[in-house]
Design a protein around this ligand. Structure first.
Ligand SMILES: Cc1cc2nc3c(=O)[nH]c(=O)nc-3n(C[C@H](O)[C@H](O)[C@H](O)COP(=O)(O)O)c2cc1C
Ligand SMILES: CC(C)CC(=O)C(=O)O
Length: 387
């Protein structure tokens, strides 16, 4: 029996006796609205924004509404165990923190605060290559907390090998390789504000602290930031890393590897045939291809095709406990959540991230219990109705 996450509900109600309420909302929609009041337009829209008309970001949310939970009664679900194991990492609940770069644009502590909050809850944080703090600094903040590393894949083998080595040495256990962002999608909100955080030097701590990357530069990033920034951007953009390059990653990483951004069942099969341990069904939160299919709509087909042979994770649009339940019932082993915890970070650093995550876990715990489920292994598509 793991911690009863639902008890956060009682904790909040009891605070009411002392005359206090949560520092900020527990509602996902209002959370985004209040982050808009808090942040400058540039950082807010960088986080909240999406590709093009936002059709895919909206579709990600709408897809959850086509599935409804069918609650069961008198099932003795008072004692629940939400724990699971994902590629050797034990999770108290099937939730990970999605890799989100440049977190210092919403709070100076950025990924350090996120790492502390995640570690306190024993939820894995997936650290982005575009982190505002170094691999090692975030590892230190994470302590003995579970941590994975996300790779934006540099086309220079020495730099790539060096970054992977550092991540491994710093205790990141699984590698997430993001495939859907080999160049940035068309993001009107950022374009209108002419806002791209990297050009201010945000999100470059990983390459700038990397000896192999630094050795390629005539002047250090401290002496000539623009040249270093452009060199890095050119290294991680482009499509010259392809399926046949995957063995390079295997040679340089001795833990599990997952491919993130898989949306087609044939790509899922290909990933597994190439020996990958897992995939993340994701459309990057609708930030890349406007008009792309909702990630949830592809999940059942992909999970059916490869779920026996590899670990299938899911992100893009998860906001509530019901969303977590639905994604698991449709075949995901666990979900990753992105923007909500970043809004929490904006509101209150480490405490803010913790509040958002505890809220999501409590909501999931109560939704599980009230729908009659004691463990996540009980969930399959029969617990849902398509409407
Ligand atoms: C501000 C921001 C930065 C992101 N940076 C990265 C990144 O560096 N690497 C990555 O793989 N995905 C990145 N993502 C995508 C997330 O990992 C995830 O796929 C997406 O946010 C999930 O959708 P959600 O925000 O609807 O939960 C980013 C997303 C946001 C909102
Ligand atoms: C391009 C990245 C560095 C950040 C990202 O993935 C995103 O903004 O969606």
């Amino acid at each position: 029996m793991t911690e009863r996450f639902g008890s956060y509900q009682n904790e909040i109600y009891l605070q009411g006796y002392g005359g206090t309420t949560p520092a900020f909302t527990t509602d996902a929609t209002r959370l985004e609205e209040s982050a808009a009041d808090l942040l400058e337009p540039g950082p807010f829209w960088y986080v909240a924004g999406a590709a093009g008309s936002g059709a895919t970001a909206r579709a990600n949310r709408a897809a959850f509404d086509h599935w409804r939970i069918v609650p069961r009664m008198l099932t003795d679900a008072t004692e629940r165990d939400l724990s699971t194991t994902v590629l050797g990492t034990e999770l108290p609940a099937p939730v990970l923190l999605a890799p989100v770069g440049v977190q210092s644009i919403v709070h100076p502590d950025g990924e350090l605060a996120t790492a502390r909050a995640a570690a306190g809850l024993r939820l894995p944080m997936v650290l982005s290559t575009a982190s505002s703090h170094s691999i090692e600094a975030v590892a230190e903040a994470s302590g003995d907390g579970p941590r994975w590393f996300q790779l934006y894949w540099p086309n220079d083998p020495d730099v790539c090998g060096s970054i992977l080595r550092r991540a491994k040495e710093a205790g990141y256990t699984a590698l997430v390789v993001t495939l859907d962002t080999w160049t940035l999608g068309w993001r009107p909100a950022d374009l209108d504000g002419a806002y791209l955080p990297f050009l201010n030097g945000d999100g470059l701590a990983v390459p700038f602290t990397d000896p192999a990357f630094r050795s390629l530069l005539e002047k250090t990033p401290e002496e000539d930031a623009p040249t270093a920034i452009l060199r890095w951007i050119s290294m991680v953009t482009g499509t010259d890393r392809n399926w046949s390059a995957l063995p390079f990653l295997r040679e340089h990483w001795d833990g599990p590897i997952l491919l993130k951004g898989i949306q087609h069942v044939d790509d899922a099969r290909r990933a597994v045939d190439a020996g990958m341990d897992g995939i993340i069904v994701s459309n990057h939160g609708g930030r890349q291809v406007d008009g792309a299919v909702a990630a949830l709509d592809m999940l059942p087909e992909i999970a059916t095709a490869v779920g026996e042979r590899a670990t299938v994770l899911f992100d893009s649009g998860v906001r509530t406990g019901a969303d977590v339940l639905k994604a698991l019932a449709l075949g995901a082993r666990a979900v990753l959540v992105g923007r909500p915890y970043v809004y929490g970070l904006a509101h209150g650093g480490e405490d803010g991230v913790r509040h958002v995550l505890r809220g999501l876990l409590a909501d999931f715990d109560l939704t599980m219990g009230l729908s009659g489920h004691r463990t996540v292994t009980e969930l399959d598509s029969t617990v849902l109705r398509r409407v």
